[in-house]
Design a protein around this ligand. Sequence first.
Ligand code: LLP
Length: 412
Amino acid sequence: PEGTRLDDDGRLLIGGCAVADLAEQYGTPAYLIDEGALRRRAREYVRAFRERHPDSLVLFASKSFPSASVIGVVAEEGCGVDTAAAGELRLAIAAGADPGAAVFHGNAKTDDDIRTAVEARVRYIVIDNLDDVERIARIATEPVPVLLRVSPSLDAHTHAAMMTGHDTSKFGIPPAQVADTIAAIRREPMLDLRGLHAHVGSQLLGLDQFEAEVEALAAFERFGVYDLGGGLGVRYVPGDVAPSVDEYAERVVAAVHKHLGRDVELLVEPGRSMVARNGVTVYRVVTVKRGGRVHAAVDGGMGDNLEVSLYGQAFTPSVIDRSGPAETVDVVGRHCESGDYLANDVRVVSPRVGDLVTVPVTGAYCYTMSNNYNTALRPPVVFCDEGRSRLAVRRETFDDLLRREQLLGDRG
Ligand code: LLP
């Protein structure tokens, strides 16, 4: 990942901090964030779009790393925020983000979601269905700027669970119903329809799909605002070839100018491509089982990284800070589930108990989907920059979990 390198003694550094020192200080597993790299990425995104299309806004998809510290950094660098639930919006506001540069999504918005978004005066609420039309109209006390999410009939080239823009998707309005939905929105005086939204999928490595998305949006009536969602993929393993942010911006802006015009407000909602490569997870090896396959079991797994079991995402773990003969191993987790592994058949320095293992490119959707399977305590988030580390989110404690328990048995 961007900010890691080796020091003169062959120790792995992230943001100038030795990973081994961080593991000592904060424990394992831990999510390590290269703060400088994150900041540069956000700045690069904003610049790439603004210089090609001044009326553009990069909205960080907060679902990809819903921590106030991460949202705060990208907001400081000029990004708005894409939120998809009242909690995400509240978190963004707590992080100091400007609600006027936030959009609010959701395919099943509750009254609480809508009230939170309306009261915060977000830039746009994105209508996903006809019940949204009725609910927002009922809750609003003055006209609310809205976008309509359409699901263009595109089959994104990605994992099926990450496809969202296809015909049978639960998200958005299918093309054939768009005109009627627009008419329904316009019948409501409390709804101010400004434009259209689409999101094709996630971890997309080909730019053609974004161009096809823009063309699909051009099939409808013209609007002044277009939100193209997120989806740009990143390199996880050496074979992946991912477009740069500049290449992405170039293709998207050119397509917008060609098919939708120059005089539009353009929004994009990158999540994964903003944060994925700026995060590394560090683990410690607990046991190594040899015989048939070699299983190196670490002190985390699907409790802190669901990308592997949910999407089959490939990662490239390393045994760090020492040399030695290489070996092909399965790096597995500590959860009671056969599917709980971080990577199979990877070449690493022959692992020993106590070794540190890093898994790079875990900055997106890992912290997001961390969970308490087997009463795992969710790992801390540590910001690393110029040799200094700061705790952004502390490790969960057993007391955090116990606090929610009512201990009915004890009280009879
Ligand atoms: N905008 C909308 C409306 C979205 O639904 C998403 C992601 C994004 C933006 C950001 O997409 P990105 O740039 O991160 O690809 N949990 C999955 C990914 C699901 C993405 C959901 N929507 C994963 O762990 O891979």
